[in-house]
Design a protein. Structure first.
Length: 210
């Protein structure tokens, strides 16, 4: 397995941190996948360096991983009317959470490459996050949703984790649940079936509303 980080400009911190991960760093503006496991970092991103080993580990199983965007922001709130219309023609619903590719892990698999190619082509039509959402629906890769807290600084993540853990039994672990082909969310082990049923109902309502 080869690991690498693509940054858009010289970044001494990225080089130092990557060395500890035994990962290479490339300064590039393109979207090639030069390694088996690649992380793309957008300029200005608050990188959770301590979590990157977990991110690279996720894409040993999944084709890609990226954080959830702001809580409460739906696809219906982004882009131009034309952009939203194009998105709805593919997703059939705009009441969808969106993901931010500013911190994007991609495995060099057929689906991983197709996701990147499709996303970049869709970006020509407008908002990058809506384009990413469309690409996910078109390609249907095995996609791992990372918590929004991955884009917070370490102190903010500690606060978020502490709040979240108040609602989790101390001996109960989190797990990944597949809610649709290639789509996963985290939940408590004991709530897997409830989560599956919830998303099943949501999708059923979406289909009835078409």
């Amino acid at each position: 397995m080869s690991l690498g980080i693509v940054v858009r400009k010289e970044d001494a911190v990225a080089r130092s941190r990557a060395a500890k991960l035994k990962a290479e760093v490339r300064i590039s503006q393109d979207w090639a996948l030069p390694w088996s496991h690649t992380l793309f970092i957008a300029d200005g991103t608050c990188v959770p360096w301590d979590l990157l080993p977990a991110g690279f580990n996720f894409i040993q199983r999944w084709d890609a991983a990226a954080p959830l965007w702001r809580v409460g922001v739906l696809a219906s709130m982004l882009g131009t009317p034309e952009d939203r219309k194009r998105t709805e023609s593919i997703t059939h619903d705009l009441r969808l959470l969106v993901y931010t590719p500013e911190l994007l892990f991609v495995r060099n698999s057929e689906a991983g490459m197709a996701l990147i190619t499709t996303w970049r082509a869709e970006c020509a039509h407008g908002d990058e996050m809506l384009a990413f959402l469309r690409a996910l629906y078109i390609v249907k890769p095995a996609f791992c949703v990372l918590p929004r807290s991955w884009l917070a600084n370490i102190e903010q993540r500690r606060i978020s984790d502490t709040i979240a853990m108040r609602h989790i039994h101390p001996h109960e672990s989190l797990t990944m649940v597949e809610i649709a082909p290639g789509r996963f969310v985290r939940c408590r082990e004991s709530e897997k079936e409830k989560v599956r049923e919830y998303y099943k109902r949501q999708m059923s309502r979406s289909h009835r509303g078409r």
